[in-house]
Design a protein around this ligand. Structure first.
Ligand code: BMA
Length: 330
């Protein structure tokens, strides 16, 4: 049992115990990859995708690049969080605003339940990448709102409740290409249309994330603050290498970092992470958490080709972050 997560139980939480002999604080599912690249017709790849609990089941918004290599968002359902039925046609966002609804591309979705609905944020093509925003009540109809920010920006990740009375989002200002810089910022909005009070959260800090960082799953509310998983990027002579790290942000002022683990938690090592359309990518976009047990299931894109899962337990993870803030292997 655990009282670290401030949240509810997920009855059918996907879970696997840490494999025998493994001492890592985050471990991979033995079923990986849980979604293969051809799980829907005309798909080249299905990867960086977001899932949430929904009425005793699970729903997800999936990134699939089709065989024209256009990046689009698809909706899916699952009763166990592992076996997914993804609709064959992309989500058609409802909007009365043609300027915003002119969908060029959409990728790397996150889904966040706040108050009475599920908000979807994603990297939306509008004269460059920026943060698209929509909401749904039922994962059938999706209503598109204004883009949150000016281009270029990526990795828009909402907080699951208002902060200081406002909606809150993390994002990562970028360029139009394979951005070679990037810090995480925090912004607030009273109405999900106008965003401001921008604050700097954190910059690259370690050898494994020195090029850029970006928020991953929706932050998890804990007794220590907001638990944030993020991706960090290292440049090598063979290109970029994406790993996952974690930090804990202040509960009331989430732009203040309380603790940040120096080592990565998950980095490309398995075949499905190291081989694919873009080799050496671990890109987390969602996490389920079961408050009574402290179990966390992380969904991540692997090698820009498939969806994989990893597990951790919150008390152990928080302890790990607090005790690994500096180089600790001397
Ligand atoms: C980023 C995004 C992600 C992708 C990653 C690695 O810039 O495009 O969707 O997973 O690069 O290619």
């Amino acid at each position: 049992m655990s009282n670290m997560i401030i949240g509810s139980a997920i009855e059918n939480m996907p879970w696997e115990d840490r494999p025998k002999g493994c001492t890592d604080v985050v471990w991979r599912s033995s079923k990986n990859p849980i979604i293969t690249r051809d799980a829907i017709k005309n798909s080249n790849s299905i990867f960086n995708s977001a899932v949430v609990p929904y009425k005793g089941e699970f729903r997800g918004v999936f990134r699939s690049d089709d065989t024209c290599r256009v990046q689009k968002l698809y909706c899916g359902r699952s009763s166990d969080g592992i076996n997914w039925e993804i609709k064959p046609n992309p989500i058609k966002f409802i909007s009365d605003n043609d300027e915003i609804n002119n969908f060029v591309f959409g990728y790397d979705p996150r889904v966040c339940f706040i108050e009475d609905r599920y908000y979807v944020t994603w990297c939306n093509g509008y004269h460059g990448p920026t943060i698209g925003v929509a909401y749904t009540f039922d994962f059938d109809k999706f209503y598109q709102l204004e883009n949150a920010f000016l281009p270029c920006n990526r990795n828009g990740v909402m907080f699951p409740k208002r902060i200081n009375g406002n909606f809150a989002m993390l994002s990562r200002p970028s360029d139009n290409g394979h951005t070679n810089f990037g810090d995480i910022f925090y912004s607030e909005s009273p109405d999900m249309t106008f965003w401001g009070r921008h604050r700097h959260v954190m910059s690259p800090d370690s050898a494994w994330d020195w090029v850029k960082i970006g928020a991953g799953p929706i932050p998890i509310e804990t007794r220590e603050g907001w638990l944030l998983f993020y991706h960090g990027v290292l440049e090598t002579c063979q290109g970029l290498n994406y790993s996952m790290g974690a930090a804990i942000l202040d509960a009331d002022k989430p732009w203040k970092v309380k603790y940040r683990a120096k080592p990565y938690l998950l980095a490309p090592r398995t075949q499905y992470e190291c081989v694919g359309d873009v080799p050496n990518v671990v890109f987390p976009c969602a996490a389920l958490c079961d408050a009574p047990t402290g179990r966390i299931a992380i969904y991540y894109g692997a090698a820009d080709t498939v969806v994989a899962m990893a597990y951790t337990q919150v008390d152990e993870l928080v302890e790990f972050i607090k005790t690994h803030q500096e180089f600790c292997y001397d």
